[in-house]
Design a protein around this ligand. Structure first.
Ligand code: SF4
Length: 234
């Protein structure tokens, strides 16, 4: 990415230009191979259209009763990066798209700082319906909704997943460890073993702007890992 643009977006994020003097927060584990990428659906598994229709009609948990609409996901269905957040908020519930409003704007700026436009990644949430009052998802809601996300990951087959916030990270990685301790290390998602990098949720950054520098470190780490996973000859 052009250095001038990069600096401009770091400025937009409220981060002073920062020159890294040492390695990212923690060294990446050795990366052997990039995950196999396939555009074919598994036999019997729903394709995008069927999956989206199932989500739109879903009444598997109580959140269907209070939602305005489901929030399926958005972006490039063949993206190298997949971003996964927690659940729709009020703006997302109204507009039917993940990460809109102020948190979405900050996410766009984070992505731009990492060299991506929003439409070049795929963005989804753990839950497809808004929990009332933006409370945290309940375990049974996550259980009922998790197959939809798993199928989305299966269809996108990203080279890398960026988990945004504790709820997303803990559910993807099946752990109760905090975001602060999950950052800076390569994790992997499920049986597919897709690499996962953890960072803070943009909504948290709006409340705690001093943490933006850590997110910038996480994005640099994710970029480094992605470069290793997708060498230029591919
Ligand atoms: S949150 Fe998920 S499981 Fe619950 S009603 Fe919405 S789509 Fe269905």
């Amino acid at each position: 990415m052009d250095t001038g643009l990069n600096n401009a977006y770091l400025e937009a994020l409220g981060i002073q230009r920062w020159v890294r003097r040492s390695a990212p927060p923690m060294e990446a584990d050795t990366v052997d191979v990039a995950p196999e990428r396939s555009e074919e659906s598994a036999v019997g598994a729903p394709d995008w259209e069927v999956l989206q229709a199932r989500v739109a009609a879903c009444t598997c948990c109580s959140l269907h009763a209070t939602r305005t609409q489901t929030v399926f996901g958005t972006g490039d269905r063949h993206a190298g990066w997949m971003l996964i957040g927690e659940a729709p908020g009020a703006d997302e519930d109204r507009q039917g798209e993940p990460f809109v409003g102020r948190a979405g704007q900050l996410l766009n700026e984070m992505l731009f700082a990492a060299g991506f436009r929003r439409e070049q990644v795929y963005i989804a949430n753990i839950l497809k319906c808004r929990p009332p009052g933006n409370r945290n998802p309940l375990p049974d809601e996550v259980v009922h909704c998790q197959d939809y996300l798993a199928r989305q990951v299966d269809l996108v087959r990203p080279a890398l997943i960026l988990a945004l916030g504790g709820i997303a990270a803990q559910n993807l990685l099946q752990t109760e460890v905090s975001v602060g301790r999950l950052r800076g290390v390569r994790h992997s998602y499920g049986e597919s073993g897709i690499p996962v990098v953890v960072t803070y949720h943009p909504a948290y950054l709006l409340r705690s702007p001093l943490e933006k520098r850590k997110v910038w470190e996480d994005l640099q780490y994710a970029q480094q890992l992605y470069r290793e996973l997708t060498p230029p000859h591919e």
